[in-house]
Design a protein. Structure first.
Length: 644
């Protein structure tokens, strides 16, 4: 029996296109892997027979050593593509194999476009007795007619497989994808306390895929602004300017976890591929690596072994350590939930559970380094902790861009070695060119040394990578402020407030910039908004009253006095307060001698402010005093850079 063309109609709009070697649905291609095609073909050829996994492996993989999971993966491919309707046709007989059951009503060969209708769906659990009973009821004549149809259908499938391998060059669907957004996994566990798992696995997938050459992956900061928003994939792809969207769901029920991921064509909205992973909680670390590898294979079948290795840099085999690390990342990314301190606790627990966990050390180094650089913790001992953790991370895995970023901070702010720090920045960017975090830090350091154009180039790239990051947008404005490009700074801070109207930093620095421009009303307005967002309504009212009655300088001093009281209370309670905080307060109070007293202390502290004060317009009122430059010169930084 022959067909009128090179297609085989299946069901519900699914068509096998033999020439193109792909599955068609609603006119759009949905490819299966070659092995999945061959598994389907073999089961159809042997319809009505129970086929063991060993027999499938022998037939499809020519007896090569593969795991049982390889067969299951092919069956799962078919299940995902065909959905729920045909669960009674392709069956899994637990412990014995698979069987393709037939429905005579849907095997009517004709001389038109439709040769055969083959119902194919996966049923993970099937009652073995029911299957045997179903087979025993098949009339012999029906079996013969069906066998004839199956043989013809098999020829069609062989042709489809051959065409696929010939014309598609063994490329899986998605091999031409060069940009992707990994959307936040939905936590469908019914328990918000495991948000850290769904969020953490999303971030892990983003970080892993970002290491693949030639693939642009939207950053965490970009995609998490869409969390809990149910948007159509084509709209997401258009908004984010990507070719594909990866979305999914995460469910934890006791010790059982399920991860479902779906890769969707951003232009058509059609699913390219999907997978469901059912695992135990103690298999979580392996699950993340497996999912990353599967997705990478779908995106690029020509990955080198070294590219696959990139996916698992810094990882752990210990699922408890992995879960604990994800908790650390959750609190790091959501400081308002529990503070940065909790992130440190979980990073430490992660490396206690697995002393070889490179990412755990990287997280710990990031915590100590960030806190010391920003004056949140006393510098010396915490820089030492940051350095020890960064170097341990690199000892375990020297290809982690995150660790080079942390190490650069140690080298510059603690050791005052810009030459070494810049080398670390460049190494981090080389390892992960798409790391906005490394480029951002590098940009904010370049400006310290007057390399303003280079700083701007790096920051521009940062905003291309993470256009929706509030923190990066604020610092882009500060970059203009430090360079005294005040109008550009105002524009940038206003752009930031369009992204996040409640950004405290944006309101504060916009106020400082208006102050430099002589826009007193605007400065007071911004600081008032800041106070209101901090629930300091009385202070906001006092600020406006002071400004209206006594003028702008009096209003500035009023705020400075309140800040001085806050700092003194922190010191009394035993908290560390960076010396630069007192420099700022006394500068704004106009008490120059006290400002210089504290500035001398500030230059001795190993934090970012010891290097930044000399370019910060906040201290311009001190700049005319010879002591200012003397203190700036006292901060000696090793540098081989001689300018361009």
């Amino acid at each position: 029996m022959t067909t009128a063309n090179d297609t085989v109609s299946l069901f519900n709009g699914f068509i096998l296109d033999r020439t193109r070697g792909c599955l068609i649905h609603s006119g759009q291609p949905i490819h299966l892997r070659p092995q999945s095609y061959q598994v389907l073909e073999y089961l159809v050829t042997n319809a009505g027979q129970l086929i063991s996994k060993d027999k499938l492996i022998e037939a499809v993989w020519d007896g090569r050593a593969v795991t049982d999971g390889a067969v299951g993966k092919c069956i799962e491919d078919l299940r995902v593509v065909f959905g729920e309707e045909g669960k009674k046709y392709l069956k899994n007989v637990r412990g014995r194999g698979y069987i393709f059951d037939r429905d005579e009503a849907n095997f009517q060969a004709t001389h038109t476009e439709e040769l055969a209708v083959i119902r194919v769906v996966v049923e993970e659990e099937s009652n073995e007795a029911t299957v045997r009973e179903s087979l025993s009821l098949q009339p012999r004549t029906r079996l013969m007619s069906l066998t004839t149809a199956v043989i013809v259908a098999s020829v069609v499938l062989f042709g489809a497989v051959g065409a696929y391998w010939l014309f598609a060059g063994r490329q899986p669907t998605g091999s031409n994808i060069q940009s992707i957004a990994v959307m936040p996994l939905k936590n469908e566990s019914g328990n918000s306390e495991v948000d850290y798992l769904s969020d953490g696995m999303t971030e892990s997938l983003i970080n892993s895929l970002s290491r693949l050459p030639g693939l642009s992956v939207k950053s965490r900061g970009v995609v998490f602004r869409y969390k809990d928003k149910d948007l159509e994939p084509r709209k997401l792809a258009a908004d984010l300017s990507v070719q594909a969207i990866l979305s999914g769901r995460f469910v934890q029920r006791g010790d059982d976890v399920t991860l479902y991921v779906s890769l969707v064509d951003g232009k058509t909205g059609n699913q390219i591929w999907g997978e469901q992973y059912d695992r135990k909680l103690n298999q979580l670390a392996a699950l993340e690596r497996e999912a990353s590898s599967d997705i990478a294979e779908r995106l690029n079948s020509k990955l080198k072994p070294s590219d696959q290795t990139q996916l698992s840099h810094g990882s752990t085999e210990n699922s408890e350590a992995y879960r604990t690390y994800l908790k650390g990342r959750y609190y790091w990314n959501n400081p308002r939930v529990g503070g940065y301190q909790k992130s440190r606790e979980y990073f430490q627990q992660a490396i206690d559970l697995d002393p070889t966990y490179a990412l755990g050390y990287a997280g710990l180094s990031h915590y100590y380094g960030f806190a010391a650089a920003q004056g949140m913790l006393a510098p010396d001992e915490n820089w030492q902790r940051a350095e020890a953790a960064a170097r341990k991370a690199l000892e375990l895995d020297d290809a982690l861009a995150e660790s080079y970023n942390s190490l650069s901070g140690v080298q510059l702010y603690y050791h005052h070695d810009w030459t070494a720090a810049e080398a670390s920045f460049k190494k981090g960017i080389e390892l992960n060119p798409a790391s906005a975090e490394v480029r951002h830090h590098y940009s904010m350091c370049l400006v310290l040394f007057g390399r303003n154009q280079e700083a701007q180039v790096q920051m521009q790239r940062v905003l291309e990578l993470e256009p929706l990051s509030v923190a990066y947008n604020v610092n882009a404005g500060k970059l203009f402020y430090f360079r005294r490009q005040y109008q550009q700074a105002i524009d940038q801070f206003n752009n930031t407030l369009e992204l996040e109207p409640n950004s405290l930093s944006a309101h504060q620095w916009l106020g400082f910039t208006h102050e430099k421009m002589g826009n007193e009303n605007e400065a007071i307005a911004e600081w008032s908004k800041l106070l209101l967002m901090r629930k300091q309504e009385d202070v906001a009212s006092q600020l406006r009253t002071t400004y209206e009655r006594s003028g702008f300088p009096a209003a500035v001093k009023m705020l400075a006095k309140l800040r001085l009281t806050e700092l003194d209370n922190q010191v009394k309670s035993g908290d560390y307060v960076a010396a630069i905080e007192y420099v700022t307060v006394y500068t704004r109070l106009g008490e120059k001698e006290k400002a210089f007293l504290w500035l001398e202390k500030a230059t001795q502290e190993r934090n970012r402010f010891a290097l930044e004060f000399s370019i910060n317009p906040l201290y311009d009122s001190l700049r005319g005093d010879p002591r200012f430059q003397q203190l700036a010169d006292r901060v000696q930084v090793k540098s081989d850079y001689s300018g361009s």
